[in-house]
Write a protein that binds this ligand. Structure first.
Ligand code: SF4
Ligand SMILES: [Zn+2]
Ligand SMILES: [Zn+2]
Length: 275
């Protein structure tokens, strides 16, 4: 996703533009260098550049050979299930601890020989994604919680979408919410090879159930999430290591947001390294 920037040719061979954050006109190479320095640890002086998509874009133009190295640390090994960083991952997705708890659940016995009664098994969950031609679609991914299913969708290379399949309607007779299409028909849910299709029906046949109303896929930019976590107090529980948050990245839709809390405040990044 490219940011729209207006360039001027002031010096032949260079492109200048107006950086709104710094209130300055500078060339793309200087911007790329500032962004690269901002990505180094303890570079608080360049903090405005750290999450800047324009700087990232200029860096990619001037240093295409470094893009893998830039993105790699951001795809840091964070467990999609418990959300914590781990030096080793099973299947590149879950930490050894989560893997062992799952294996104990399957065996029906934990390390102390007891039945793991409090274990919440992963189940297929619906994730909003962008399908062909940017049309919202829904796909099923396993997860103990929605956040895990979203993280799995991004790792499968899908773009997240916050769209819902229809309007949410309160059905007083059923005492439940249900989805309705524009014509007011109730939506039922069909699963086809891991994809979820919604179909409007005039009336439910025997055995058919209205589609379950579920949480939309939540997206925020890293800046919005940092602000929300700070103002709401929800970020108080964060530690000093990156932790997977419950939001996907609204800037690129390709990653989950990770956050940590240090003395200077709450920091949020995108797992896809977009900013
Ligand atoms: S990285 Fe962003 S904030 Fe920094 S100089 Fe470039 S455009 Fe400006
Ligand atoms: Zn884990
Ligand atoms: Zn992103």
């Amino acid at each position: 996703m490219q940011a729209a920037i207006e360039y001027q040719i002031i010096v032949p061979g260079q492109r200048h533009f107006n950086c709104a954050s710094l209130h300055a006109t500078l060339d793309t190479k200087s911007c790329a260098d500032r962004w690269a320095r901002a990505m180094q640890p303890d570079m608080e002086k360049f903090v405005l550049c750290r999450r800047c998509p324009i700087g990232r874009q200029h860096h990619a133009e001037h240093h295409p050979e470094q893009q893998d190295a830039v993105r790699q640390p951001e795809r840091a090994p964070v467990c999609v299930r418990c959300g914590r960083p781990a030096s080793r991952m099973v299947g590149n997705e879950i930490c050894p601890s989560c893997f062992n708890r799952f294996r104990e659940f399957l065996k029906g016995r934990n390390g102390r020989g007891s039945v793991p009664v409090n274990y919440r098994p992963p189940v297929p969950r619906r994730v909003g994604v962008l399908g062909a031609d940017d049309v919202p679609a829904w796909a099923l991914f396993d997860g103990q919680h929605h956040q895990e299913a979203m993280a799995r969708a991004t790792r499968a290379g899908l773009l997240l979408s916050p769209a819902q399949p229809g309007c949410t309607h309160w059905n007083a007779e059923r005492q439940a919410f249900e989805y309705r299409d524009e014509a007011g028909r109730v939506l039922i849910e069909l699963e086809i090879d891991g994809r979820v299709e919604y179909v409007g029906v005039e009336q439910l046949h025997q055995g058919e159930q209205p589609a379950a109303v579920t949480m939309p896929t939540l997206l925020m930019t890293p800046d919005e999430a940092a602000e929300w976590l700070t103002l709401s107090g929800e970020g108080e529980g964060l530690g000093i290591d990156w932790h997977q948050l419950e939001f996907g990245c609204a800037s690129c839709r390709q990653g989950m947001l990770h956050g940590y809390k240090r003395a200077d405040g709450i920091h949020v990044r995108c797992s896809a390294g977009c900013c």
